[in-house]
Design a protein around this ligand. Sequence first.
Ligand SMILES: O=C[C@H](O)COP(=O)(O)O
Length: 281
Amino acid sequence: MTECSSADHSGTPEILYIGVSTKMYMGYRDCLDWLARIQHEVDSRPALAAGRVVPFVIPSFPVLPAASGVISGSPLLLGAQNCGWADGPWTGEVSPSLLAELGVSVVEIGHAERRRHFGEDNTMIARKVRAADDAGITPLLCVGEETRNEKSGTGASGAAAFVHQQIDEAVGGDWALASRLMIAYEPVWAIGATEPADAGYVAAVVRSLRTLLAAHSHGAGDALGDPPVIYGGSAKPGLLPALDGVSGLFLGRFAHDSANFGKVLDEALSMTALQEALRGT
Ligand SMILES: O=C[C@H](O)COP(=O)(O)O
């Protein structure tokens, strides 16, 4: 999932992605009711049809078939929270090929909660990334440093180097594969908190990460695009406009109120409209 260009005069990437995962917060009926409200937020913003702001939702596995029907024909993309890496004798896993059949176009891989509670390591994550890509599903690779160090002089560059290493291991050094990812930069310490990470810090990490990623594109003769990098971790309305150069938000709890999702969509639409005005397009 490649950006058309990294940024222009306003610093806003060409395409902004606004997504939300329900994690395991909602039951089946509650999730479908919530999804209908999210769908309403999307339907009431026809400007989304232009494709400059791409919304997506990631409910639990059992909700996916019904959700696929609910969002059919709308700009809202459907995602899954996890996947296995092969068809066959893998009890309890869900294959990317099955997810693709259900209309899933994005799959979270390597979320901090899966790394921490389910022992997912970089080898497993690399297998999942490859399997999702083979099935034609965009891996939403979740990366981020464990410890809060935003105040230190090397905080942002150190975090970017750590995240770059996580991406390198997830793609096994295949930077063409990396260009087909969406990256969710989620500092682990900011997930489930009351406030997101400082906007200036996030922008600095993403800027530094983009520089590291660009070196691989240039090594391939500029043939590769840079993947979009979105931010997650207690994200809420008001944050995105302060995140210069970041490709969108990955929301959690603060989008349980669907009106907040709508507010963030409005912020993203305003940013892309401003960018177009600045470019005279
Ligand atoms: O999947 C979403 C992220 O982990 C952020 O969740 P949160 O906003 O509830 O901290």
